[in-house]
Design a protein around this ligand. Structure first.
Ligand code: NAG
Length: 161
């Protein structure tokens, strides 16, 4: 009897550890994807923040029913993405970074098309992030990345917060 309880406790600890390790694995790849592109343009690394991640996941949960790409208007910088199939966090980062050709360094503005998701990924003053992901009822994946501190955008021109 005592032996059985001991086994159950061990098993429980094992499950908890596995869960924590799995969570770390899934966000580390995501943080790394950001840091690779940031390093490429000479911007310092970004780190994971659990408070920010909880906010992001909470917002993703709210989009389960409609999957709308509406911003949360919260206290963080925010990139949204969605896709069919199995869109994961790293896929979403690739999607945002694909806007890079539209960023004009000389004028510090987007030219031709959208670039603000890319510039949020490499935003120097945003040093922490968290993301959330939710499979919507229509079968699409909704992905949100929240960035702290938030940046300030004026019209199309990027202003340092
Ligand atoms: C995480 O982000 C929150 C802002 O939402 C901030 O107050 C907190 O200091 C951050 N945590 C760490 C460890 O920097």
């Amino acid at each position: 009897m005592r032996f059985n309880n001991f086994l159950i406790v061990i098993y429980f600890i094992y499950l908890t550890l596995a869960h924590i390790l799995q969570a770390q694995n899934s966000y580390q790849g995501y943080v790394n994807a950001h840091n690779a592109i940031r390093a490429h343009v000479g911007v310092g690394p970004i780190t994971w923040n659990y408070t920010v991640a909880a906010y992001a996941q909470n917002y993703a949960d709210q989009r389960k029913g409609d999957c709308d790409l509406d911003h949360s208007m919260g206290p963080y910088g925010e990139n949204l993405g969605e896709g069919y199939g199995n869109l994961n966090g790293v896929d979403a980062v690739k999607m945002w970074v694909s806007e890079k050709p539209n960023y004009d360094y000389a004028s510090n503005a987007c030219v031709g098309d959208e670039c603000s998701h890319y510039t949020q990924v490499v935003w120097r003053k945003s040093t922490q992030l968290g993301y959330g992901r939710m499979k919507c009822q229509n079968g699409w994946w909704f992905v949100i990345c929240s960035y702290y501190p938030q940046r300030i955008l004026k019209a199309n021109v990027l202003i340092e917060a």
